[in-house]
Ligand binder design. Structure first.
Ligand SMILES: Nc1nc2c(ncn2[C@@H]2O[C@H](COP(=O)(O)OP(=O)(O)OP(=O)(O)O)[C@@H](O)[C@H]2O)c(=O)[nH]1
Ligand SMILES: [Mg+2]
Length: 206
């Protein structure tokens, strides 16, 4: 069970992952597909929804606490309350809407104000690849922007279940890899509970 393992050869990490992006880009659909492996014509999120998923990676067990925020403009002023303390963020846009990529870029600027470089793993996610005929944002455009900002990048379809689990797995793997790098630098004295990076109890290695 997450949070109780004392096995140091296969630690358990808990990470907060926040989904950000314009309304209707498919944030809730991605989270729902990933956690429930299902797709439905979902209603707009109000405030924030919360889901969890546990992954067993080679190096660690990872429990992702997924905060699915509301993209509607009226919720924008409270969004920072949800991404505070996040370990990772998925900046989601809709490949059929250039405007949603511009909005994702603005979210990135907000995150850059809140987090130090390397303090958060950020993935840019172009959703709705099943709507290829309506595409407005090329793969290259998304990819190049992500590369220029050192973000993970993937295109997905929550509807056709394309690359959805791969996005979350890539984020989890990056987070675990950073734990390894951090441990190599710090080599802390062994304790049963380790403080996460940054402020607040955001991640426990047990
Ligand atoms: N074709 C297609 N439609 C999708 C996909 N993902 C989501 N949708 C549809 O897009 C609409 C919005 O999806 P949501 O998941 O509610 O979007 P959201 O980003 O959570 O929206 P807010 O909660 O308002 O921020 C719904 O009608 C979904 O069924 C996809 O991959 N392909
Ligand atoms: Mg939603």
């Amino acid at each position: 069970m997450a949070g109780t393992s004392l096995d140091r050869t296969h630690p358990t990490y808990i990470y907060k992952v926040v989904l950000l992006g314009s309304t209707s880009v498919g944030k809730s659909s991605l989270a729902y597909r990933y956690v429930k492996n299902d797709f439905k014509e979902s209603l707009p999120t109000m405030g924030c929804a919360f889901l969890t998923q546990t992954l067993c990676l080679e190096a660690a067990t990872v429990r992702l606490e997924i905060w699915d925020t509301a993209g509607q403009e009226k919720y924008h002023s409270v969004c920072h309350l949800y991404y505070r303390g996040a370990h990772a963020a998925l900046l989601v846009y809709d490949i059929t809407s250039k405007e949603t990529l511009s909005r994702a870029k603005l979210w990135l600027q907000e995150l850059e104000k809140e987090f130090l470089h390397d303090e958060i793993v950020i993935a840019l996610v172009g959703n709705k690849t099943d709507l290829m005929a309506e595409r407005e944002v090329t793969t290259e455009e998304g990819e190049e922007f992500a590369k220029s900002k050192n973000l993970l990048y993937m295109e997905t379809s929550a509807k056709s279940n394309y690359h959805v689990s791969e996005v979350f797995t890539a984020v989890a793997q990056e987070l675990v890899a950073r734990e390894g790098e951090k441990a190599a630098v710090q080599r802390p004295a062994p304790t049963d509970l380790q403080e996460p990076r940054g402020s607040g109890p955001r991640c426990c290695q047990l």
